[in-house]
Design a protein around this ligand. Structure first.
Ligand SMILES: [Zn+2]
Ligand SMILES: [Zn+2]
Length: 318
Protein backbone atom coordinates (compact mmCIF):
# COMPACT_ATOMS: atom_id res chain seq x y z
CA UNK A 1 0.00 0.00 0.00
CA UNK A 2 1.04 3.58 -0.52
CA UNK A 3 0.30 6.32 2.02
CA UNK A 4 0.40 10.06 1.25
CA UNK A 5 0.11 12.75 3.91
CA UNK A 6 -1.95 15.73 2.71
CA UNK A 7 -2.42 17.45 6.07
CA UNK A 8 -0.29 17.04 9.19
CA UNK A 9 -1.16 20.04 11.39
CA UNK A 10 -3.43 19.77 14.42
CA UNK A 11 -6.28 21.97 15.64
CA UNK A 12 -6.39 24.76 13.01
CA UNK A 13 -4.96 25.34 9.51
CA UNK A 14 -1.72 27.26 9.88
CA UNK A 15 -0.59 29.09 6.73
CA UNK A 16 3.06 30.09 6.40
CA UNK A 17 3.46 33.80 7.23
CA UNK A 18 5.54 36.46 5.44
CA UNK A 19 7.67 36.81 8.56
CA UNK A 20 8.61 33.12 8.52
CA UNK A 21 9.41 33.17 4.78
CA UNK A 22 11.67 36.18 5.27
CA UNK A 23 13.40 34.43 8.17
CA UNK A 24 14.04 31.36 5.99
CA UNK A 25 15.58 33.53 3.21
CA UNK A 26 17.81 35.37 5.70
CA UNK A 27 18.97 32.09 7.23
CA UNK A 28 19.71 30.54 3.81
CA UNK A 29 21.69 33.61 2.72
CA UNK A 30 23.66 33.59 5.97
CA UNK A 31 24.63 29.97 5.32
CA UNK A 32 25.71 30.59 1.71
CA UNK A 33 29.37 30.92 0.76
CA UNK A 34 30.25 32.89 -2.43
CA UNK A 35 30.89 29.68 -4.41
CA UNK A 36 27.39 28.37 -3.56
CA UNK A 37 25.60 30.89 -5.78
CA UNK A 38 27.72 31.13 -8.91
CA UNK A 39 25.64 28.92 -11.24
CA UNK A 40 22.32 27.14 -11.42
CA UNK A 41 24.14 23.93 -10.56
CA UNK A 42 25.82 25.26 -7.41
CA UNK A 43 22.57 26.95 -6.33
CA UNK A 44 20.68 23.65 -6.70
CA UNK A 45 23.33 21.79 -4.70
CA UNK A 46 23.33 24.50 -2.02
CA UNK A 47 19.53 24.50 -1.65
CA UNK A 48 19.59 20.71 -1.48
CA UNK A 49 22.12 20.90 1.38
CA UNK A 50 20.00 23.25 3.53
CA UNK A 51 18.12 21.94 6.60
CA UNK A 52 14.49 20.97 5.90
CA UNK A 53 13.16 23.82 8.06
CA UNK A 54 15.06 26.39 5.96
CA UNK A 55 14.31 25.17 2.44
CA UNK A 56 10.87 23.73 3.11
CA UNK A 57 7.88 23.64 5.46
CA UNK A 58 6.18 20.83 7.35
CA UNK A 59 2.88 22.29 6.17
CA UNK A 60 -0.13 24.00 7.65
CA UNK A 61 -3.09 21.92 6.49
CA UNK A 62 -5.00 19.90 9.05
CA UNK A 63 -5.13 16.12 9.08
CA UNK A 64 -5.79 14.21 5.87
CA UNK A 65 -4.17 10.96 4.74
CA UNK A 66 -4.56 9.00 1.53
CA UNK A 67 -3.98 5.26 1.45
CA UNK A 68 -3.96 3.42 -1.87
CA UNK A 69 -4.06 -0.33 -1.35
CA UNK A 70 -2.29 -2.95 -3.47
CA UNK A 71 -5.63 -3.38 -5.33
CA UNK A 72 -5.77 0.37 -6.01
CA UNK A 73 -8.60 0.93 -3.55
CA UNK A 74 -8.62 4.48 -2.24
CA UNK A 75 -8.95 5.10 1.50
CA UNK A 76 -9.04 8.64 2.87
CA UNK A 77 -8.44 8.92 6.61
CA UNK A 78 -9.66 12.16 8.15
CA UNK A 79 -10.98 15.11 6.21
CA UNK A 80 -9.04 18.14 7.43
CA UNK A 81 -8.10 21.08 5.21
CA UNK A 82 -5.52 18.86 3.44
CA UNK A 83 -8.51 17.26 1.75
CA UNK A 84 -8.84 20.25 -0.58
CA UNK A 85 -5.52 19.57 -2.31
CA UNK A 86 -6.22 15.83 -2.34
CA UNK A 87 -9.55 16.49 -4.10
CA UNK A 88 -7.92 18.72 -6.71
CA UNK A 89 -5.44 15.94 -7.49
CA UNK A 90 -8.10 13.22 -7.62
CA UNK A 91 -10.03 15.29 -10.20
CA UNK A 92 -7.31 14.51 -12.77
CA UNK A 93 -8.34 10.83 -12.75
CA UNK A 94 -11.60 8.83 -12.48
CA UNK A 95 -13.09 11.32 -10.01
CA UNK A 96 -12.99 14.11 -12.60
CA UNK A 97 -15.18 11.97 -14.88
CA UNK A 98 -17.63 10.98 -12.15
CA UNK A 99 -16.32 7.43 -12.11
CA UNK A 100 -14.33 7.46 -8.88
CA UNK A 101 -14.87 5.22 -5.86
CA UNK A 102 -13.40 6.10 -2.48
CA UNK A 103 -13.61 4.96 1.13
CA UNK A 104 -13.45 7.43 4.01
CA UNK A 105 -12.55 6.66 7.64
CA UNK A 106 -12.93 9.34 10.28
CA UNK A 107 -11.20 9.38 13.65
CA UNK A 108 -13.73 11.84 15.11
CA UNK A 109 -15.59 14.99 14.16
CA UNK A 110 -13.53 17.79 15.70
CA UNK A 111 -13.25 20.61 13.13
CA UNK A 112 -9.66 19.90 12.17
CA UNK A 113 -10.71 16.41 11.01
CA UNK A 114 -13.79 17.32 8.95
CA UNK A 115 -13.35 20.91 7.76
CA UNK A 116 -12.02 19.87 4.32
CA UNK A 117 -15.29 18.20 3.26
CA UNK A 118 -17.11 21.38 2.05
CA UNK A 119 -14.12 22.06 -0.25
CA UNK A 120 -13.58 18.48 -1.44
CA UNK A 121 -14.39 19.07 -5.08
CA UNK A 122 -14.95 15.41 -6.00
CA UNK A 123 -18.02 15.45 -3.72
CA UNK A 124 -19.63 17.83 -6.22
CA UNK A 125 -19.27 15.43 -9.17
CA UNK A 126 -22.29 13.25 -9.84
CA UNK A 127 -21.37 9.61 -10.34
CA UNK A 128 -18.54 9.54 -7.82
CA UNK A 129 -19.17 7.19 -4.94
CA UNK A 130 -17.87 7.36 -1.38
CA UNK A 131 -18.30 4.78 1.35
CA UNK A 132 -17.96 6.46 4.74
CA UNK A 133 -17.02 4.07 7.54
CA UNK A 134 -17.26 5.13 11.15
CA UNK A 135 -17.95 3.74 14.62
CA UNK A 136 -19.81 7.01 15.38
CA UNK A 137 -23.54 6.15 15.06
CA UNK A 138 -24.69 9.67 14.13
CA UNK A 139 -21.80 10.42 11.76
CA UNK A 140 -24.15 11.39 8.90
CA UNK A 141 -25.98 13.98 11.04
CA UNK A 142 -22.71 15.37 12.34
CA UNK A 143 -21.29 15.89 8.85
CA UNK A 144 -24.53 17.41 7.57
CA UNK A 145 -24.59 19.76 10.55
CA UNK A 146 -21.22 21.19 9.51
CA UNK A 147 -22.90 22.44 6.33
CA UNK A 148 -26.23 23.77 7.57
CA UNK A 149 -27.07 27.07 5.86
CA UNK A 150 -26.06 29.23 8.82
CA UNK A 151 -22.51 27.83 8.62
CA UNK A 152 -21.95 27.15 4.91
CA UNK A 153 -23.91 28.07 1.77
CA UNK A 154 -23.91 24.57 0.26
CA UNK A 155 -25.42 21.58 2.04
CA UNK A 156 -23.72 18.19 2.09
CA UNK A 157 -26.70 16.72 0.22
CA UNK A 158 -26.28 19.26 -2.59
CA UNK A 159 -22.83 17.76 -3.23
CA UNK A 160 -24.00 15.20 -5.71
CA UNK A 161 -21.55 12.32 -5.30
CA UNK A 162 -23.18 9.25 -3.75
CA UNK A 163 -22.31 8.98 -0.08
CA UNK A 164 -23.15 5.80 1.75
CA UNK A 165 -22.56 5.42 5.47
CA UNK A 166 -21.44 2.20 7.13
CA UNK A 167 -21.54 2.17 10.90
CA UNK A 168 -19.02 -0.28 12.28
CA UNK A 169 -18.88 -1.39 15.89
CA UNK A 170 -16.18 0.21 18.05
CA UNK A 171 -13.08 -2.03 18.05
CA UNK A 172 -14.53 -4.12 15.20
CA UNK A 173 -12.40 -5.62 12.45
CA UNK A 174 -13.75 -5.35 8.94
CA UNK A 175 -12.48 -6.21 5.48
CA UNK A 176 -12.26 -4.08 2.32
CA UNK A 177 -11.27 -6.39 -0.55
CA UNK A 178 -8.26 -8.09 1.04
CA UNK A 179 -7.43 -5.16 3.33
CA UNK A 180 -8.09 -5.74 7.03
CA UNK A 181 -9.15 -2.69 9.04
CA UNK A 182 -9.30 -2.55 12.83
CA UNK A 183 -10.65 0.51 14.63
CA UNK A 184 -9.63 1.23 18.19
CA UNK A 185 -11.08 3.63 20.72
CA UNK A 186 -8.50 6.25 21.69
CA UNK A 187 -8.29 8.46 24.79
CA UNK A 188 -9.44 11.91 23.62
CA UNK A 189 -12.09 14.38 24.86
CA UNK A 190 -15.36 13.48 23.12
CA UNK A 191 -13.85 10.21 21.91
CA UNK A 192 -11.73 9.34 18.89
CA UNK A 193 -10.81 6.19 16.99
CA UNK A 194 -7.51 5.00 15.58
CA UNK A 195 -7.20 2.71 12.56
CA UNK A 196 -4.90 -0.21 11.85
CA UNK A 197 -4.78 -1.20 8.18
CA UNK A 198 -3.17 -4.49 7.18
CA UNK A 199 -2.52 -5.88 3.76
CA UNK A 200 -0.17 -8.51 2.32
CA UNK A 201 1.79 -8.80 5.56
CA UNK A 202 2.24 -5.03 6.00
CA UNK A 203 0.55 -2.97 8.69
CA UNK A 204 -0.07 0.75 8.99
CA UNK A 205 -1.44 2.36 12.17
CA UNK A 206 -2.93 5.84 12.38
CA UNK A 207 -3.78 7.34 15.73
CA UNK A 208 -4.88 10.96 15.83
CA UNK A 209 -6.01 12.38 18.20
CA UNK A 210 -4.98 10.58 21.38
CA UNK A 211 -3.69 11.47 24.82
CA UNK A 212 -1.27 9.01 26.37
CA UNK A 213 0.87 9.94 29.34
CA UNK A 214 3.11 8.00 31.70
CA UNK A 215 0.15 7.20 33.99
CA UNK A 216 -1.88 5.67 31.16
CA UNK A 217 1.10 3.60 30.02
CA UNK A 218 0.31 1.32 32.98
CA UNK A 219 -2.80 0.21 31.06
CA UNK A 220 -1.16 0.12 27.69
CA UNK A 221 -1.53 -3.63 27.14
CA UNK A 222 -5.13 -3.09 25.98
CA UNK A 223 -3.58 -1.51 22.86
CA UNK A 224 -1.26 -4.46 22.17
CA UNK A 225 -3.20 -5.82 19.19
CA UNK A 226 -3.57 -2.33 17.74
CA UNK A 227 0.12 -1.36 17.77
CA UNK A 228 1.98 -4.67 17.86
CA UNK A 229 4.67 -5.15 15.17
CA UNK A 230 3.27 -2.33 12.99
CA UNK A 231 5.52 -1.31 10.11
CA UNK A 232 4.54 2.35 10.41
CA UNK A 233 2.65 4.23 13.12
CA UNK A 234 1.49 7.83 12.57
CA UNK A 235 0.99 9.18 16.11
CA UNK A 236 -0.45 12.41 17.57
CA UNK A 237 2.54 14.07 19.27
CA UNK A 238 1.22 17.62 19.44
CA UNK A 239 3.16 18.70 22.53
CA UNK A 240 6.71 18.56 23.77
CA UNK A 241 7.22 16.47 26.89
CA UNK A 242 7.49 19.63 29.05
CA UNK A 243 4.29 21.16 27.64
CA UNK A 244 2.34 17.96 28.06
CA UNK A 245 2.39 18.55 31.85
CA UNK A 246 0.64 21.92 31.40
CA UNK A 247 -1.84 20.49 28.94
CA UNK A 248 -3.18 17.44 30.70
CA UNK A 249 -6.65 16.50 29.37
CA UNK A 250 -6.15 18.56 26.18
CA UNK A 251 -6.30 15.23 24.37
CA UNK A 252 -2.82 14.95 22.83
CA UNK A 253 0.46 13.16 23.49
CA UNK A 254 4.17 13.98 23.42
CA UNK A 255 6.88 12.39 21.28
CA UNK A 256 8.61 10.67 24.20
CA UNK A 257 5.43 8.84 25.25
CA UNK A 258 4.82 7.83 21.63
CA UNK A 259 8.41 6.54 21.37
CA UNK A 260 7.99 4.45 24.53
CA UNK A 261 4.72 2.95 23.25
CA UNK A 262 6.19 2.27 19.80
CA UNK A 263 9.28 0.64 21.33
CA UNK A 264 7.20 -1.49 23.66
CA UNK A 265 5.16 -2.90 20.78
CA UNK A 266 8.05 -3.48 18.40
CA UNK A 267 6.94 -0.83 15.89
CA UNK A 268 9.40 -0.39 13.01
CA UNK A 269 8.81 3.26 12.23
CA UNK A 270 7.11 6.05 14.18
CA UNK A 271 5.97 9.25 12.48
CA UNK A 272 5.32 12.31 14.66
CA UNK A 273 2.07 13.97 13.61
CA UNK A 274 -0.75 16.46 14.39
CA UNK A 275 1.69 19.33 14.86
CA UNK A 276 0.91 22.14 17.26
CA UNK A 277 -0.16 25.29 15.29
CA UNK A 278 2.17 27.47 17.38
CA UNK A 279 5.26 25.46 16.38
CA UNK A 280 7.47 26.90 13.64
CA UNK A 281 9.30 24.67 11.16
CA UNK A 282 12.46 25.28 13.16
CA UNK A 283 10.79 24.09 16.34
CA UNK A 284 9.34 21.02 14.62
CA UNK A 285 12.80 20.13 13.33
CA UNK A 286 13.98 20.42 16.91
CA UNK A 287 11.14 18.14 18.08
CA UNK A 288 12.47 15.48 15.70
CA UNK A 289 16.06 16.06 16.87
CA UNK A 290 15.03 15.69 20.53
CA UNK A 291 12.99 12.58 19.72
CA UNK A 292 16.01 10.99 18.03
CA UNK A 293 18.19 11.90 21.00
CA UNK A 294 15.67 10.32 23.39
CA UNK A 295 15.62 7.23 21.20
CA UNK A 296 19.41 6.88 21.11
CA UNK A 297 19.61 7.37 24.91
CA UNK A 298 17.17 4.49 25.32
CA UNK A 299 18.31 2.39 22.36
CA UNK A 300 18.75 -0.79 24.39
CA UNK A 301 15.16 -0.71 25.61
CA UNK A 302 13.54 0.57 22.41
CA UNK A 303 15.17 -1.75 19.86
CA UNK A 304 15.43 -0.82 16.19
CA UNK A 305 12.73 1.82 16.10
CA UNK A 306 13.09 4.45 13.39
CA UNK A 307 11.54 7.96 13.78
CA UNK A 308 10.54 10.66 11.37
CA UNK A 309 8.27 13.69 11.50
CA UNK A 310 5.28 14.17 9.20
CA UNK A 311 5.31 16.80 6.49
CA UNK A 312 2.77 17.63 3.81
CA UNK A 313 3.47 15.53 0.73
CA UNK A 314 5.30 12.77 2.63
CA UNK A 315 4.87 9.39 0.92
CA UNK A 316 5.27 6.01 2.56
CA UNK A 317 5.51 2.80 0.56
CA UNK A 318 4.64 -0.39 2.38
ZN1 LIG B 1 -7.15 17.05 15.94
ZN1 LIG C 1 -9.69 16.10 18.43
Amino acid sequence: MKITLWGVRGSIPTPMTSGFIEKKIRKALALARPGDITSEETINAFVESLPFSVKNTYGGNTTTLQVVTDEDDLIIIDCGSGMKNLGDTLMRGDFGRGEGIGNIFLTHTHWDHIQGIPFFITFFVKGNRFNIYSPIPDIEERLEYQQVFTHFPVSLQYMQATKEYFIVEPEEEFVLNNTLVLNKRMPHPGGAFGYRIEQNGKSFVYTSDCEFNYDSIDNIMQYEKFFMNADVVVFDTQYTFEESFDKIDYGHSSASVAIDIAGRFNVKKLILFHHEPNYSDEKLENVLYNAKTYLSMNAKRLGNLDIDIAYEGMEIDL
